[in-house]
Design a protein around this ligand. Structure first.
Ligand SMILES: [Mn+2]
Length: 551
């Protein structure tokens, strides 16, 4: 018998599929290179505990970097919400031919058993379900048993003395004197008896269905032949009569007891849905079944009350709006970032590393130095790529001395030249823009100067001005579209050359306005403006000054 303590123990054994200690390390949605590689780099600090993810499809530059580093892209994390897949439990499953005896042994370890056929769910069975069948036997006036040979052999130790067949009929124990016994025997009986050889002629005469001899007894060969000739199935149980009969109650298969219509859920179903479902159906278990019908696991009602939260480290972002969906259901354990701190509150203390440096990769790499962890060359290559990508190969205004130091540290460990890596990455970036020029207007901004509506877009690229011939068509296409769609007077595109620290300015629409503002001819619609790199500080103010205040 199970006591209360062992009940508790086996509950604890039923752990959900979710690894509660696993920490998801993930960057922002619409991931750039820095956000993907800083997740990989940070996760590699604690292998086995931290696992890196990406929050969206990688761009061409990021793909190029992972190819260069010969490393696998981390998997997509689309949500941090708890799902039925996370909450489902590891359970031993059985097939429908499993006997009650086998099932009841398994039910000492788990409270519910899934019954499968080729990994498809047929039903579930609990102790209650087994007991319902046994109870039916207990309260029926006249019980008919059907003991299938395989079930009988698996339940009662013993052997068939005749060809194995199902023993089907009304059980009758012959213990009384031959006179009384003879009167009681019917042809639909399965007789259970000891060494009452004197009664065998009666059994043969009445054509009983079968005989079970107890205590391992077997009749003489002559008697056995006569029983067999009369079509009577003979089984010899090695147990005594009481134990033989007791086990007959267990000579069923789970097929006869299982609940074939449990309410099932799919692996993607979220916690809210599961809670609503459990209010609707007062079931204790909800099998989790894939779309193709294959069995995934079981969610238990008790686990919906206070489920564990997924742990997450945010890299390269700290604003919930930029984070993977379901962040509010997760537990943030750390933030590693180089962006401004947005509105953010947590329930527990959080490790925060936010510094105004050129890339998150820089901060992640510094953790290797601080924590004295050896950095492999794959990670060094990836982090160097992230650093180069965000700082435009150390030429962006956001670049700090720390970025420069760390870039040297990474360059040594990656066995790569930073400049070569940079040129590979920026080539990939340009190729991607040519394939999908809409990327050029990602940071498009609208202004009104006096009565003039102006739109300005900008990209910053090392050796940017040398790319003008390749990119001219793409720039013209997206900017004339903007001009028309936004009803602009003037559309400006800044192709900023980070290396030369200047901007090639493209003007579309009323070009004479640009000619007036900068006092230059804008032949072919472009003009190179040396030492102009900032839209906010160098382009907007002069437009405002010549065309009128913005508003
Ligand atoms: Mn970044």
């Amino acid at each position: 018998m199970l006591d209360a303590q062992s009940h508790r123990d086996r509950d604890d054994n039923m752990n959900t599929n979710m690894n509660r200690d696993m920490v998801h390390v993930v960057g922002h949605k619409n991931p750039d290179t820095d956000s993907v590689v800083s997740a990989v780099g940070y996760a590699a600090l604690k292998p086995g505990e931290y696992v890196a993810f990406r929050a969206g499809e990688p761009n061409d530059e990021t793909l190029e970097l992972f190819q260069l580093a010969n490393t696998e892209m981390p998997p997509l994390l689309s949500s941090l919400r708890l799902t039925a897949a996370d909450l489902s439990k590891h359970l031993t499953s059985v097939d429908e031919s499993t006997t009650f005896l086998e099932a009841s042994k398994l039910l000492e370890k788990q409270k519910v058993i899934p019954i499968l056929k080729s990994n498809k769910l047929l039903g579930i069975v609990t102790e209650k379900d087994l007991f319902r069948v046994i109870q039916r036997e207990l309260f029926e006036e006249e019980v008919t048993v059907r003991l299938e040979p395989e079930v009988l052999l698996k339940t009662i130790p013993g052997r068939f003395l005749t060809t194995p067949h199902a023993l089907e009929g009304i059980p009758l124990v012959l213990a009384s004197s031959s006179e009384t016994a003879g009167d009681r025997v019917r042809s639909n009986n399965v007789v259970i008896m000891g060494d009452r050889w004197d009664l065998l002629p009666v059994l043969i005469k009445r054509h009983v269905r079968g005989v079970i001899f107890t205590m391992g007894l077997s009749p003489s060969q002559k008697d056995l032949n006569q029983l067999a000739d009369a079509g009577i199935v003979v089984f010899s149980s090695s147990l005594h009569t009481y134990n033989t009969i007791r086990l007959m109650f267990m000579a069923f298969t789970v097929k006869e007891a299982m609940n074939v219509n449990p309410v099932t859920v799919s692996p993607q179903d979220g916690l809210d849905f599961l809670r609503r479902l459990s209010n609707l159906h007062r079931h204790r278990y909800f099998p989790v079944v894939e779309e193709d019908g294959s069995f995934h696991g079981l969610v238990e009602l008790a686990d919906l009350a206070s489920p564990p939260r997924k742990k997450v480290v945010l890299v390269d972002h700290n604003e919930p709006a930029q984070a993977v969906d379901g962040l509010q259901e997760a537990q943030v354990v750390a933030i590693i970032d180089h962006h401004r701190l947005g509105a953010f509150t947590t329930e527990e203390p959080v490790r925060i590393i936010i510094e105004p440096v050129g890339s998150t990769s820089t901060l992640v790499a510094r953790e290797y130095v601080r924590q004295e962890v050896q950095m492999g060359h794959h990670v060094a290559t990836l982090l160097l790529g992230g650093l180069v990508s965000d700082t435009l190969n150390l030429q962006s205004v956001t670049t700090t001395p720390l970025d420069v130091d760390i870039s040297q540290y990474l360059e040594e460990r990656s066995f790569l030249s930073r400049d070569e890596l940079a040129s590979r990455l920026f080539q990939a970036r340009v190729q991607a823009i040519l394939r999908d020029p809409s990327a050029l207007t990602k940071d498009f901004k609208l202004f009104t100067f006096g009565k003039v509506r102006v739109g300005i877009a900008q990209i910053e690229i090392p050796e940017g001005s040398s790319l003008a011939p390749t990119m001219r068509d793409a720039i013209e296409k997206v900017m004339t579209e903007k001009l028309e769609r936004e009803g602009l007077d003037l559309a400006l595109f800044m192709l900023t050359d980070i290396t030369k620290k200047g901007t090639l300015l493209f003007a579309f629409g009323q070009r004479h306005l640009a000619q007036m503002v900068w006092g230059k001819p804008f032949k072919d619609g472009t003009e190179y403006l040396p030492s102009v790199v900032s839209r906010k500080k160098q382009v907007v103010p002069i437009l405002e000054q010549i065309l009128g205040g913005s508003g």
